[in-house]
Design a protein. Sequence first.
Length: 297
Amino acid sequence: MEKLTVERLKQANEIVKKIKLPIQPKIVIDINREAGSGEPNFQLISALIGKDAGLTAKLLHVINSPFFGVSKEVTNITQALSLMGMDNFKKVILTTCLREAIGTANKNDQAFWDHSLRTAVAAEKIAQKVSGLLMVDNVTPDHAYITGLFHDSSIPVFIRKDSSYETIAQLTLSHKPDLVKTEEDLAGTDHCSIGAMLAKSWSLSTSICKAILHHHVNDYSTIKGDDPPYKLLAVVQLADYIAYTYDYSVGGVGTFIEKDWDTYEWVYYHKNALDELDMTEEEVNELKLHLHDVLGE
């Protein structure tokens, strides 16, 4: 199966030569370097961000939104770091910079961004719920959040570079079992492969890149040779489904969604994911209803 994966990425690389993927902002590189130093210097990180007034304003706007739930209004980056901690702050940076890089200039971009953000939130909550299982594979809720955030990140890029891809884009949220093959037949590659390449170019971990690459695979036996992070993959697939059904319930993606997915139907196609998470259909349905409430907040 590894050969099949290599071939997919080779095809994707040919497409990438024709479209320009959003590059990792230097501020993300600098902050990751400082965060990985063992004892990150909050003052230095604040100074790095402070050089860009626009970014500072956007970060503070995101940090003070209900989404991150800080206890009091944050007025500067040093205060944000002290309140949130380095890991949570890095998520804010990635969220803000990815949104800026992808853009939300039109309703289609906004629809995919909203879906990605909801998937990220759902993935983090699911990972927290099954954290004991995920520890075996060293998967954290932060890994789940970032994977969910980036899983469909290539779709708006595709649309912006080639308007004809918009027809295919309408299929990408459908979760059809043969979706990847349909994309390959129509576009010569698929959004999972391009998304994995984008994630790699932003220095995300190999596990996250592989989870993005395989997030539309139902039968895990077909990807054994690639050694994917099965539990992270399962978390993101379930989060993707829950975000999809929430999007449908609020009409959040307009014409992109044709119909709701009943839980039993999703479970039928994703038995491997449920096995990895040790969940039943009833537990999935209860979790879906709970996370719909969370996303609604």
